[in-house]
Design a protein around this ligand. Sequence first.
Ligand code: PMP
Length: 367
Amino acid sequence: EQKRTINFGAGPAKLPQSVLLQAQQEFVKYSNSGISVLEMSHRSSDFSNIIEKTQCLLRELLNIPDNYKVMFLQGGGSGQFSAVPLNLIGLKGDRCADYLVTGTWSAKAAKEAEKYGKVNIVHPKLDRYTKIPDPSSWTLNPSASYVYYCSNETVHGVEYNFTPETNGVVLVSDMSSNFLSRPVDVSKFGLIFAGAQKNVGCAGVTVVIIREDLLGHSLKECPIVLDYKVQADMNSLYNTPPCFSIYIMGLVLQWIKNNGGSAVMETLNKQKSAMIYDIIDASNGFYVCPVDEVCRSRMNVPFRVGKKDGDEALEKEFVDGAAKRGMIALKGHRSVGGIRASLYNAVTLEDTEVLAAYMKEFLKEHQ
Ligand code: PMP
């Protein structure tokens, strides 16, 4: 293991070092192929094996039922903000969809969906994204084509600790920033998508898991590369897929499997996030996390330093001091400021302990 800078970035995020080293070792000549994965035909037998193996690992790790298709697509999570309505809003004649808007990412998804149908925000509008409105305050539309939510809001650090009940309406979830960080019952969902660049790989590939009966309902204006039925029928090979990103994801999934799968990831993610939240909560208001305790994210821990709305000079000092100690990417999203520590699967307990020790030291120095 080489000592590296600790990356607390929100994504693209840290990858396990063993994955980087394996990719390095195989980079010029992959297996017996004699060439790099970067140079391979996506229709070659070597690449077929890679995509097949990656899909099998994902099915195994998430226990994906047989009546679901798995796709590896391009266009990122944002591409799915369009693909979801383009494929699913026509499921029922009214072209309506229900959205839970609990942060930047679900807000963007809802706005994109408005281009293709009627969007109903099911709860009273939030003026700050620091909580999940209680389900008793939601008005779900029984004739909506689907209900959409983002299971972890990366910018605000708001994570659902439950699966929304939709009374039979198709449930769609953006799991980009907590994918495979905990077990999930796929059978409760019509569709799950996740960009790989946080918990399961590098940028370029987005996983889409869809129940088979939802295929074949796209609007006629749906671009063909976003058409789930076309991509599912072609096993994600309608056009050239992001081959190298799929290969890297395969290595990360193998690493997750070797380390005990989603249940072990969950245990570690609980421990890591508790370590940071405990320091925040014991700091007498020096560190402040604005998010309701019940929906605090295990993946992205946002906090202010110095006072409730943050002392920006102190926050800068915090970030600069962290950099001097080999920790980077702790600055909060530009839209909210403050600090954000992202603790995805590849961030270790030891990495988190380094941050925790620094937070304690900084608190002592400034309190
Ligand atoms: N959804 C969530 C929850 C995200 O965190 C992000 C990216 N940070 C996106 C969607 C958008 O993903 P992309 O940049 O791959 O389009």
